[in-house]
Design a protein around this ligand. Sequence first.
Ligand code: AMO
Length: 439
Amino acid sequence: MTSRTLIADLAHLPEGPVRVAGWVDTVRDQKKVQFIVLRDESGAAQLVNPAVREGDEGDPTITEAISGLTNGTFISVEGELKHDERVKLGGLEVKIGDLEVVAPALDSPIAEDSSIDKRLDWRFLDLRRPEQNLVFRVQTTFLHALRTWWVEHGFIEIHTPKLMASASESRAELFEVEYFETKAYLAQSPQFFKQMAQPAGFGKVFEVAPAFRADPSFTSRHATEFISIDAEISWIDSHEDVMRMHEELLVAALTAVKEKHGAEIEAAFGVEVTVPTTPFPRIPLAEAKEIVAGRGYTVPRADADMDPEGERQIAAYVKEQFGHEFVFLTDYASSIRPFYHMRHEADAGLTNSYDLIFNGVEISTGAQREHRVELLEEQAREKGLDPEELGFYLDFFRYGVPPHGGFGMGLSRVIMLLLQQPSIREVTYLFRGPNRLQP
Ligand code: AMO
């Protein structure tokens, strides 16, 4: 590979010869001044053609080459680095000595004001924007911090299969695929197999992997394929232990994001990253619905989950009352939770479960699991599931399983809410939805 200096590193180099390479962002081509703004993955810098600047020496053939450059062309430039505080862009410029057009570019089919659909059609060009690059650097830091926390706390990483013989969540959102002479389903969640790690003796596990939902909705928060962040821990007393792990993990990850990217995020998105205090507020769902009703909004179905407006309202209340961006809604009714959630000892109508709301949107579901096989079988039957089909799963609970629980959290939802973006489409590398399979 030909060596080059990343543009972000130029600021720390002494004046002298350098080679930079990247995409032409803009060309200013006038009689007395000719310069290029060059962008690479680390930043942007101004390159000046000395041949055009009065009194400077240079190669006049370069002038012609620059005049013919289109935006987006990938070029390599050898030149002289000069530090000059008067240059707005980074206080430096590179005097062009030699310029090679490595790969020319057609005019971009998208602009900043293009519709999100058009930008997704041309996602590789859209991703070239510095804010988009920042999104994925933030995501990298976020995930790295999660992993670091998990590893420091004795978790084991697992990779569960995405081809399954049965549903793990609702049958309604299941993708069916041909599998030789039989059918398979794309995993909706690693639920069953992360639970399997408990009788397997792993103690604490995590997985970051794709999950699939045949959900035909076109909301800003749903995709048909998304990255699910999952954790499952053994030997818990209740979902409270899961929430404690969850909030500590998020504090670690948001601390890392703020330290590394806080200033950039503020400059690019006008968003101040807040590291939350612990414990996060916890409100039982029934009480949350009353609070929301007191604010003048009635969640449409009393026996259902919060709807999006209900989530926004309870988040607004929590922000006003506690100055917090997160809230755990707890103790969901068993009628609206999966069969595997443990129910309250004293009230089987409620579960040891929670949803985590961040800036007004659900980012996660967590729960203590039912580990007593007779109860689990009964709960499955009650939900209309066939214990035969779930045989492999129910067996996990027949051979010594500790009380356990965990959560699943959608990566793109967290990043969307952290950077206050309007849709997960903006923060997903390649979005998959009901009418998008390409690119
Ligand atoms: P649940 O179905 O609530 O729980 O999903 C957990 C989290 O995954 C994200 N998510 C989605 N993100 C984008 N598009 C979708 N279609 C989509 N569906 C879900 C959300 C959601 O909060 N097995 C349980 C978790 C557990 O109990 O451990 C489960 O999957 O952020």
